[in-house]
Design a protein around this ligand. Sequence first.
Ligand code: HEC
Ligand code: HEC
Length: 263
Amino acid sequence: MKIKNKKFLVVVSVLFLVVLAFALTGIPSDSYAADNKTIEKGKKVFEKYCVICHGPKGDGKGLMGIVSRYQKKGSVQTIYPRDFTTGVFRFRTTGTGCLPTNDDLLRVVSGGIPRAYMPSHEDVSLDERKAVIEYIKTFSKRWKEEEACKPFVVKKPAFVASAESIEKGKKLYKDMKCWECHGEQGRGDGTKADQLKDDWGDKILAFDFTSGALKMGVASENVYTAYTAGLDGSGMPSYEDSMKEDERWHLVSYTLVLMGRTK
Ligand code: HEC
Ligand code: HEC
């Protein structure tokens, strides 16, 4: 009898905690929900422009399959279209583990992705681009279950690209072991470079700073965003917790040097 009572107590307190958790975190809102008409329209846009790469199920297995395969530094690199079913996105202005904002997705869909052969879609009407974004959200239930994360506020300090900031960034590049993946000179040939795999188990190259545009974009603000958000799913970590804001900007200064974008 005594034991039964205890069990009852446990059940009640667990139930209480569950209710409390919901009260504190809020029941997932439907802030992402789009109406059926938009989704239908988005589906048509997807079938016209995206399905060849991203596949009818949004799993990246379109007719195109592999977008590019090439040999670099002795190993074969393959680029696949993104699989939307996991709901993991790389180019965000939100924290690591978060879903991207609509603006993040619009930027990618409009501008395409440099170095990854995803084309730009500036010629598709804005309405259609917005609709296709709602449609790709239907491939993963993360969009129904999770609340939106707030995007970062990005404000470039005046010291970026100053000699002092570059020096500090250079030290951080060493201390934070960026070179393990990216190499001492930022050529993507670090000691770990050969073993890097993305979340889907495919080989991935660490960025070669001398090779041109970041996938995120080349402005200082884009580089800062890459360091703050991380490129989820790619192995490129977020440094939001392990580096102070100023430090991330110093690293931006040094990145500009490695990319040959300042003296
Ligand atoms: C020629 C092939 C190709 C076409 C066409 C294409 N994509 Fe992509 N897309 C890619 C590749 C490759 C990637 C992965 C790039 C990477 O991870 O570096 C990608 C990634 C993405 C991402 C992920 C961005 C992130 O933050 O991770 C989105 C969203 C996306 N594509 C949307 C679209 C939409 C919408 C269309 C149609 C309007 C489209 N793509 C057409 C090849 C393509
Ligand atoms: C565990 C390996 C690893 C470490 C450590 C690492 N990176 Fe990366 N980084 C990557 C990979 C892999 C990519 C390529 C992602 C892609 O192409 O989608 C990348 C991409 C980048 C990019 C290009 C982003 C873009 O938008 O294309 C920059 C810049 C960068 N890293 C800088 C750094 C700096 C600075 C550090 C240290 C603070 C660092 N990385 C630490 C693996 C790593």
